[in-house]
Design a protein. Sequence first.
Lengths: 411, 411
Amino acid sequence: MPEFLYLLPPKEAAQTWLERVIHRTEAETIPSAEALGRVTAEDVLAPHPMPPFDRSGVDGYAVRAADTYGASESLPAYLEIVGEVPMGAPPKFRIGAGQAALIHTGGMLPEGADAVVMLEYTQRSREDEVEVLKAVSKGEEVIIKGEDLAEGAVVIPRGARLRAAEIGGLMALGILEVKVARRAVVGIIATGDEVVPPSATPAAGQVRDINSYTLAAEVQRGGGVPRQYGIVPDDPKALAETVGRALNECDMVVVTAGSSASTRDMTADVLDSYGPPGVLVHGVNTKPGRPTILAVTAAGKPLVGLPGNPVSALVNMDLFVIPALDRLHGLQIRRPKPTLKARLTINLPSAAGREDWWPVRLRQTDEGWEADPIFYKSNLIFSLVRADGLLKVPADATGLPAGAIAEVRLL
Amino acid sequence: MPEFLYLLPPKEAAQTWLERVIHRTEAETIPSAEALGRVTAEDVLAPHPMPPFDRSGVDGYAVRAADTYGASESLPAYLEIVGEVPMGAPPKFRIGAGQAALIHTGGMLPEGADAVVMLEYTQRSREDEVEVLKAVSKGEEVIIKGEDLAEGAVVIPRGARLRAAEIGGLMALGILEVKVARRAVVGIIATGDEVVPPSATPAAGQVRDINSYTLAAEVQRGGGVPRQYGIVPDDPKALAETVGRALNECDMVVVTAGSSASTRDMTADVLDSYGPPGVLVHGVNTKPGRPTILAVTAAGKPLVGLPGNPVSALVNMDLFVIPALDRLHGLQIRRPKPTLKARLTINLPSAAGREDWWPVRLRQTDEGWEADPIFYKSNLIFSLVRADGLLKVPADATGLPAGAIAEVRLL
């Protein structure tokens, strides 16, 4: 196992690690209506042009643009009304010179027409005549066949996470099924002789397992499927047996370590044994979260050892577990992350070279968000319960002064 | 039905409407491990103090602080090691004057000790002796019983959405079940003679139903349960029958209108008939999304008529449907919304008094995010597929100049 005396910053640590993660979940075909949040496994192509015919973008009158040239409120163009375009059916008439037809938004442009005049720029003078109060140019208020999408065009690229908009796009094209990456299954193993299940009443010196459950919640949030393997005692053989079993059944395995240094070392030894490459990162230059272990199996599956401290563990899930899920799912299209900028209310100390994440409460003011740091000793999950987000003290800063604007990652 | 000639801005419209929504979903008890994203229906109280005993926050030596006073690297304090605190069990010894014990993070502080010296400030001089290189004060590196939470304290207030941190907090306290608001069921009805299901091949003049599916996705995102009622033709009797049935079975009903003005008027008439108060808002001063209808039934359930244009519909789901779900679930604790500030790359026109939402692509630069507006004609769902978010042109601005910093709501 390589020893890293120099602790990597989180970003470099994640990069070093993730580029060795070559395992991917296979593709599966699912109904588009159930695909929210899933990642596409291939390019989705338009099966036909969109719109499939020239269509009105507004309520108004379909006209020949040339018939409206020079029209104004004081000098309207008078056009003969030849009919009303029915919704849901093609019009049975055509528009000749000097003619117009009532049309609704989405209605199919009748043959002969090449523009639409919005209703508000018209006036019905007689039953079969409309006054047009404004000139329109060719194509005005018309959505041309294929304007939105040509047949065969890439509608949604491979590696994109499907949002509500994409679900709508698939439905618009009648694409009822979509090929997506299977949800990654994440094996969760807790270690530590002192760790008991939440259902137990801890004896003196024992603590309840928290990290298995916060991790399961984060895995769900990241689009994965958590699978719990229970609590393993501080015994390398028992841990190796459980990690081996989990690796057979899962796409990624996360060990939430006990709080003692010896448990952490044992975890690192076990995780390293599934390489090469094995352990790539042992310790990250961040607070909280320093004793994090990042490894890769010979088959390219990611392995993580998280610190026992629940705050550290939660910070590192966001920094490492969520990006690993994205990698397993083959995510390529990265959307901006929802971060906030906030004004720090007090001075925050930090060691140079170390990236700190402080739990903060946010308060909206007229000048934007203000961030009040929550002070905590290690292990206090409740400092996070009280927090809106984590404020970043960048590695190149030796702390941040009151009044500084800093990035906050919402919890 | 009251007529509103003055179009309300979205915020005022939402407020006017939501304060009349008195219906709430009832409480249900579910396993804490499955409660991610749910809203608490009562205060969650601490069943016992946290931590339940004095505990070390670090790896080190448990000591009497007084024995370390004056200690330094050049003049260490020498303490007798009387044992090692076992993990998962109370120590069987006590610390007397001049004594110390090895302790791990989370270990129970032995009787007699009142502080912990971190391992890095100690040196093991002999098998049974440790040199302390730094003075510690009483309570240092110790997490005192109840420091985190007193027995009976409110851990999570009523009306809070449960995040991973809260799931962890519940587990830390052994709270395996939690009372939350039942997920609101949202009835979804599409209308329009021209609308066909996505499985159909649209004839000329027909369009596929998109909004039922984008809405279902948004309802899921907002923590609700979508229930589809299919496509109803442009017939007030048929629509009233379906809305009535949906209201019996759901907590909220949303009608995604066809694109014609006549369908919208019909929808408004039908929605109004379930009052008083009936229709409270008919038209919102926003683009897209103007022809939005917000109503409340006599039983205080929310009713929405969304514009047929898929872009308008999606913008309005975010502005109205998501907040209504929060209200039905009794959400009280509002976390900051994930918005971004971005620099606009070109001039954007807008009418004074109208709030515009422009689809934009975001690009990260050294100076922060840049937003490129995507131009679209009405109805183009694919402009949203290409977008990262919606940029807000505030109602008090007559457009925004290139270079202006604007708020972007991520899609």
